[in-house]
Structure formats: structure tokens, C-alpha cells
Design a protein around this ligand. Structure first.
Ligand SMILES: C[S@@+](CC[C@H](N)C(=O)[O-])C[C@H]1O[C@@H](n2cnc3c(N)ncnc32)[C@H](O)[C@@H]1O
Length: 337
């Protein structure tokens, strides 16, 4: 392109129109003589706005309000779907780094999709005992986790480092649980199917995450892993392991036994099945646009018997988890428009 193709713009302020006596006084330069701008959802104490290491004022994009979260842990769960009765079992099962699904599939996928940088604030919705929070905090992120189970929050706090805060709250009222808080990014890991309805969860995420922030959601695959409606089958004639699917389009609330191996334990949670379009429509309606998607296949391998290669092939064909990444749009829109 020839260098003179675009004439250079004159950035000097233009003289205002009208007779001289009606001219307005010149506008103050940026930041001069104007009252500080009230940040949306962040009234009151704005914290220290100086970079302590470099001694310079922070730019708006660098400033994070203090991560004050309620300290008290109420005795009662914040929602009836809280994993309070399962808390001891779940904490033991996840331990410090999560089970093999977490460590091999879920956490690496969240890191890839979140694209968070050290120092950024990440909201972990339905954080459980903090497996994701610990993982992100080790990478330098500041994490606030919310979960409805007081015992899981206690477990998360017991293992937490200085970059992690955990609070009891209902994911469907995030704005009220963390009033005035703002986050660079957010994650909801293996929990959307524990929540009903999901529309208020997405509305809360939209309110708390900054425009352009990424919201990563991991769920058991809503097409191939529907509790009690999908299962493995084996076609002896073809030597093929297949996935049997009995229902998909109908939303369902399905009771799940959480530790089925144990005799005399009837502990269960509810899994809410919804077809994929329900999630995508709810995201769009909340003003969240999908910008990424991954489908994760199990790395677990089955038996050593004659069916093992058919099982391995099937494991590589039918994903266990779906990861959807959305970003906050500047303006709310609706897919129904
Ligand atoms: C399968 S666990 C996943 C926990 C964690 N994200 C992880 O990956 O280990 C589902 C979590 O959702 C939480 N939960 C269920 N309903 C909730 C609600 N309405 N608000 C907040 N948390 C909720 C449960 O207490 C439980 O910790």
C-alpha cells in the first residue's frame, strides 16, 4: 500500500462552532479535574490503586478490587442440591489434585480454555473442595470459589494457599453472594448438571465477569453420558462396542447414587439433563457468546480380554466431557430474536 494512501489525521482539538461568547470552556484533559468514575458494581472502597513494585498508578484493566468475601461459614447448605451429605466422601475422593479425570482431562482443558494470566482473578463456581482453585492458584491466579456446601467450603479452606478464598453461596444468586466483585474469568466445573435452573447462573456470571472475560464450563457430555439413559452395548456379530442412547431431547431430573460401591449407603444427588440447545440458548440469552468447545475422551482403558480393542476404539469415539467456553458480550442479545 503506498504510504500516502491514508492522509495523516490532525489530532489537534477542533475549534468549537458558534459565536465566541457562546463557546464552552475547553474540556479538561483526560483524568484532570473530573471526579473519579464510579465503577459499575464497585461502589465504596476501591482499594489501593498503586502498583507497589513499580510505584506507578494502576491502569483500569490492572486494578482489582479487594477480594473481600464473607468469612462466616453458615451451618446450613445454600441450596438443596449442595453436596453436603457427600462432602466427606467427595473430599477424600478428590484429595489434593483431583481424580484421574480431573488431573488428566478436566484441569488441563480448563487451563487451555481459560487463558488466564498470573494475577488475574478467576471465579470458580461450584468449587467443591477447591481442586480447580488450588490448580489455578499454583499458576499465579487469584481465585474465589463459591459452593453451596459448607463442609466442602471448609475442606477447600483447609487446603487453601494465600491466593484462594472460598465462600458458601448459591450459584444461582452469584451477584448477591459476591456483591461488587469483578472477575477476569470464571469456570464452572462438573456442576452445571447439578444446578436448576441454569439461566440465573449465566446471568450472575455475566454480571461478575468483565467484558471479554472467558467463562469455561465443563460438563459430562450431554449427548453421550446421560445417567440411566445411555450405556455401552456390544455387537457380537460386528465385534463393535457401541453407545446406546434411550432419550435425549426431554429435560430430566435424575437421581444419582454418589458412591454406589458401598452397601447400606443411599446417598444420592440429582443430575439435571438438558439437551445441548438448552445450554447454548441460555448462554446467548444471558449475553454470553460461545468462543470455544472441546469434547474430551476418557484416557481410562478397560479390560485386557478379547473385547479390549473394541472398547479402546469406543473410548476414543465417544467423549465423556464437553467443555464450552463463552465470553461476555458488551451488549445482551437473544438467540430467539
Ligand atoms: C460434582 S461436584 C463438582 C465440584 C468441583 N467443581 C469439582 O470439580 O470437584 C458439584 C458441586 O456443585 C455444588 N452445588 C450444587 N448445587 C449448587 C448450588 N445451587 N450453588 C452452589 N454450588 C452448588 C455441590 O455442592 C458440589 O460441590
Amino acid at each position: 500500500m503506498p504510504p500516502d494512501k491514508f492522509p495523516k489525521r490532525n489530532y489537534a482539538p477542533r475549534p468549537r462552532r458558534g459565536p465566541p461568547d457562546q463557546q464552552l470552556p475547553p474540556r479538561p484533559a483526560r483524568g484532570e479535574g473530573r471526579p473519579p468514575r464510579e465503577r459499575r458494581g464497585d461502589p465504596g472502597d476501591h482499594g489501593d490503586r498503586t502498583d507497589r513494585r513499580e510505584g506507578r498508578p494502576l491502569r483500569e484493566t490492572e486494578f482489582h478490587p479487594p477480594a473481600e468475601v464473607p468469612c462466616e461459614v453458615p451451618p446450613e447448605p445454600a441450596a438443596e442440591t449442595a453436596w453436603e451429605p457427600q462432602a466427606g466422601w467427595y473430599d477424600q475422593r478428590q484429595g489434593e489434585r483431583g481424580d484421574d479425570f480431573h488431573s488428566q482431562l478436566v484441569l488441563p482443558a480448563v487451563a487451555r480454555q481459560l487463558q488466564a494470566r498470573p494475577g488475574q482473578r478467576v471465579l470458580d463456581v461450584c468449587c467443591g473442595q477447591g481442586v480447580l482453585g488450588r490448580f489455578l492458584a499454583e499458576a499465579g491466579m487469584e481465585v474465589v470459589g463459591v459452593d453451596a456446601s459448607p463442609s466442602l467450603i471448609e475442606a477447600a479452606r483447609a487446603r487453601a494457599g494465600h491466593r484462594e478464598r472460598y465462600v458458601v453461596g448459591d450459584a444461582r444468586t452469584l451477584d448477591a453472594v459476591l456483591p461488587g466483585q469483578r472477575f477476569d474469568h470464571a469456570a464452572v466445573v462438573l456442576a452445571l448438571q447439578d444446578l436448576d435452573p441454569i439461566e440465573p447462573v449465566f446471568a450472575g456470571l455475566r454480571a461478575l465477569v468483565k467484558p471479554g472475560g472467558r467463562i469455561v464450563m465443563v460438563m459430562t457430555h450431554p449427548c453421550f453420558r446421560i445417567p440411566k439413559r445411555t450405556s455401552w452395548g456390544f455387537d457380537e456379530e460386528q465385534g463393535v462396542q457401541y453407545r446406546r442412547l434411550e432419550a435425549y431431547m426431554s429435560p430430566m431430573a435424575l437421581p444419582i447414587r454418589t458412591h454406589p460401591g458401598q452397601v447400606n449407603d443411599s446417598s444420592s444427588t440429582t443430575s439435571f439433563h438438558r439437551p445441548l440447545h438448552h445450554y447454548l440458548t441460555a448462554l446467548g440469552t444471558a449475553g454470553l457468546a460461545v468462543v470455544g468447545c472441546e469434547e474430551l475422551c476418557s484416557t481410562r482403558r478397560g479390560t485386557q480380554g478379547i473385547r479390549s480393542s473394541a472398547e479402546d476404539r469406543a473410548a476414543k469415539e465417544f467423549p465423556v466431557f464437553m467443555v464450552i467456553t463463552a465470553t461476555r458480550l458488551w451488549r445482551r442479545t437473544s438467540l430467539r430474536e
